[in-house]
Design a protein around this ligand. Sequence first.
Ligand SMILES: [Zn+2]
Length: 360
Amino acid sequence: MLWEIVHVPDQESVPKDLTVNVLASAVEPKLASALMRALSPITPLENLRHVKRIRRKQIEGKSELSIVLHPAFDEGSELGNIPNDVQKLIDTYNLSPFIAKVPMYPATSKEEWEEQCKLWPTSYHPMVNCDHVSGFSEEDSQWIISCMKSTIKLSKQNHMDNQDVNAAMIVDPACREIIASAVDQRPVSADCARDLVESFGKVNVSNVEESTWNESTENCPFVSCLHPWKWPQDRAAHPLKHAVMAAIESSAARDRRLFPLRANKSNELSSSLGSPRKKQKTEAPQDDLEGRPYLCTGFDIFLAWEPCPMCAMALVHQRVRRVFFAFPNPNAGALGSIFRLQGQKSLNHHYSVFRVFAAH
Ligand SMILES: [Zn+2]
């Protein structure tokens, strides 16, 4: 079986063939730079920053240049609507304007960019810090796929009433060590379930339409992230202890176990607040903290199912580096299916998202 690792983009892709009209003209090579200098302040390519001002085409071995004169140009406009400054340049340089089509949006992939350049040259800026976004080595790919297989196995092994649950595995990619793993958890008892329902009594779950749970996800009733609002009815799943949250809890417990000094020091710090030795104490702990991870900074997480918004946001708080999931979550998926949390510019941390699946 062939496995694929596909990057889930931060932004929804726009139709590739969207174009906009601009006013352009052929230009003599020797006049090109003078014309560019003259046009830039008059008609900046404000909403078309990705579009290059000059197009160079090889026609019968000869290089032919065209230049964008004016970016906002309606097809129906008469030449008389051209701004005066631009018209003066047309007259001065004896240009013959024509309407050209240019790509409306910047390219989101190299392939798209190559396609755009056939129409009109554009600039392409791959994602910042893209070292971990694409181009996995063969070895990395194999490791990612084996982690995903383990995660799916974990999900199947811990099924409830023959139904899969979500599984999460937090891994340190630097040493390829499993930091924590967990599956969706149930309320521990019927009493506990009742208490949870009562404590969440103010939440009006009747507003959530049953019809939003489509047939395919109905087959996975115990995957919490797929049914974040269903727990009060069948009480099959814990409302908060989704696999991701349980794995985070387990990772935090590991930190406390392996790096206990921080907790001790912080206790000492709080007890020394206001004492004359406060300054001395606040300077001391740094060396002791060496090696302790800050939350899940730099770690990857593997999930059987795409997380719900609660879990996806918890992973932002945890500063994870990459999220890999196998199955999309059409009910409440927060990483591409319904929401796209990884593309929210207002958040103070962004992780990369990948879908890892067996292609047929
Ligand atoms: Zn969840």
